[in-house]
Design a protein around this ligand. Structure first.
Ligand SMILES: [Zn+2]
Length: 455
């Protein structure tokens, strides 16, 4: 028996399938003609065509390579550049700030626990439900700290069972990962990581009393602010561990400690850390801003108008200087440390380490949204190419969040993207020239958002 002839029935089936769904462009947005930086780290692609349907990216191609479905809303973007929606990989998200993030092209925030009383978990829920307009939010919930905790909102832990319970509470409450803070001690790492891995929660660490290598080898997923690196590279880590009995003294000592490190120990530490596969969110911009707190022009730089007068977290520079007692000599030492921090970031990247871009907004002088763009400029100043910097705020940050559908403009990704008036591959400052932002397939214009919150 010969095989039955099937070409005609098959064609009929395909035709019916197309008539049923595929050919309709209803609700499709076709973005046509832009240069595309897709987040993968590859070179920009000219004359791109991006099809968006129901909040997702349905196809990415070159113009004329695939048909635009009939009835689609076609948006010509000739002369523009598309990048994925930006991810701020280290933020302390305050409620007033959420629309500011969107206006600056930040469509996802990785929250590391509020120091104030507002619940990050409640804010995340409001954003998920759409009752508050803003970026998609991942959060650690309240921090886990040693005793006494730096912030009253943190959970202080002294024993293994207290650690396990604190991790458990966060899993139950819906946290996406847990965050440990500077007074957390090395003897509690094992129960912490044991409980967290059972509950599949990554551990983010702002270290103080533990050195970065010990934490990374124990299985911590990310090092925030590069904290603990000085301890790991120093010949006398005890000095730092003791200073961290008190938060601000610890920060000050560690920040000044960078300048004392030599190139060889920095490079060795960077390679050893990269080998553990720990991710690093260097937040160079917070190191930079703290080193320049005595520069009064920063409080009135462009972008500060997005910060409400009452937002003391960003605006209260005088209060921070009073609390820390930092004078010109300390700030100068911080500035000397910046070169070493940049060198460490370069070495870690060269060793294959994952670096994600984060801002630490809304801390002093760090405008939610804008400060992520400032971080990208800092990364480029430290030796990243502009494309690598964009990747650190898109795909790499998505990898850190373990969120495959974010951080890329690719088939199947969520439709979070930013349309720019200039191409950041040539000049990273172009990421600030935002024409409009797409979040979950919906278009937002920064100017309209700014009109809604007023000044
Ligand atoms: Zn932080």
């Amino acid at each position: 028996m010969t095989r039955p002839a099937f070409p005609i029935p098959l064609r009929l089936v395909l035709l019916l399938a197309f008539a049923g769904c595929g050919s309709s462009g209803d609700g499709v947005i076709a973005l046509e003609g832009a240069t595309l930086i897709d987040g993968s780290g590859g070179a920009p692609v000219k004359d791109a065509l991006v099809l968006v349907r129901k909040g997702h990216i349905e196809a990415v191609a070159r113009v004329n390579e695939i048909p635009v479905p009939r009835g689609a809303q076609v948006v010509s973007l000739i002369g523009k550049t598309i990048i994925p929606g930006l991810i701020d990989a280290h933020a302390h998200v305050e409620r007033w700030a959420v629309e500011r993030y969107v206006a600056w092209g930040v469509t996802t925030v990785r929250d590391l626990g509020a120091s104030g009383t507002d619940s990050s978990l409640a804010l995340k829920r409001d954003l998920d439900l759409g009752s508050v307009r803003g970026p998609r939010m991942f959060t650690s919930g309240a921090m886990i700290d040693g005793a006494p905790p730096t912030y009253a909102t943190a959970t202080a832990v002294r024993t293994s069972s207290e650690v396990r319970k604190a991790v458990d509470q966060r899993a139950v409450a819906g946290a996406d990962y847990v965050k440990i803070y500077t007074k957390f001690t090395a003897d509690l790492l094992k129960p912490l990581l044991d409980e967290a891995s059972t509950l599949r929660l990554p551990v983010a660490a702002h270290l103080g009393k533990i050195d970065a290598l010990t934490a990374a080898r124990a299985g911590v997923a990310s090092l925030e602010h590069m904290a603990g690196v000085v301890q790991a590279a120093s010949r006398d880590p005890g000095v730092y561990a003791r200073a961290h009995d008190q938060f601000l003294r610890g920060w000050t000592t560690e920040e000044m400690g960078w300048a004392t490190l030599d190139s060889a120990s920095l490079a060795r530490t960077a390679r050893a850390l990269a080998a553990t596969h720990v991710a690093i969110v260097p937040t160079l911009i917070v190191h930079e801003m703290l080193s320049r707190l005595d520069n009064p022009t920063l409080l009135s730089r462009p972008g500060m108008e997005d910060v409400p007068a009452g937002a003391t977290s960003v605006r209260d520079v005088a209060g921070l200087l009073r609390r820390t007692g930092w004078r010109a000599s300390e700030l100068q030492a911080f500035r000397r440390s910046r070169a070493r921090q940049n060198q460490f970031v370069r070495e870690f990247k060269r060793a294959g380490g994952l670096i994600a871009a984060g801002s630490d907004a809304a801390n002093q002088l760090l405008v939610p949204g804008l400060s992520l763009h400032e971080e990208l400029s800092q990364l480029v100043a430290a030796g990243f190419t502009p494309i690598e910097a964009v990747t650190a705020a898109t795909r790499k940050a998505a990898e850190l969040l373990r969120a495959d559908s974010l951080g890329r403009v690719a088939k199947g990704s969520v439709a979070d993207l930013v349309v720019l008036d200039a191409n950041p591959a040539a000049d990273i400052a172009a990421t600030r020239r935002i024409a409009w932002v797409m979040l979950r397939g919906q278009i937002f214009h920064p100017d309209s958002l700014r009109r809604t919150w007023g000044h």
